[in-house]
Design a protein around this ligand. Structure first.
Ligand code: HEM
Length: 77
């Protein structure tokens, strides 16, 4: 089962552009490029950041915990 797109190499990637994955139109049209700031915003509230996204995740409200996740994502090659 495929829950979401691979996050390998996500830093620097334009949102919704990994070949072979079927994204929502909303994410493809978001104009976001993934970096520390956009990942932090996205993970605060995916639905508020990109209305219409199909990522079923409420977000991470604690900034410190969010930073831990973002720091990790930035290491993925
Ligand atoms: C801390 C947890 C999570 C993180 C860090 C995370 C991160 C991300 C990121 C960065 C993207 C954008 C990828 C891209 O543009 O290529 C994405 C998209 C997506 N994720 Fe997550 N995600 C999380 C939780 C989840 C969960 C729990 C699910 C499903 C059960 C999920 C399903 C998806 C889906 C379906 C998309 C595509 C959204 C769309 O096309 O609108 N994610 N995720």
């Amino acid at each position: 089962m495929r829950l979401g797109p691979s996050l390998a190499g996500v830093a620097g990637r334009k949102a919704g552009t990994l070949p072979g994955y079927t994204y929502s139109e909303a994410l493809k049209a978001s104009g976001l490029t993934w970096n520390e700031a956009t990942l932090d915003k996205w993970l605060t509230s995916p639905k508020k950041t990109v209305p219409g996204t199909k990522m079923p995740f409420m977000g991470i409200s604690d900034p410190a915990r969010r930073k831990q996740v973002v720091d990790y994502l930035l290491t993925l090659e």
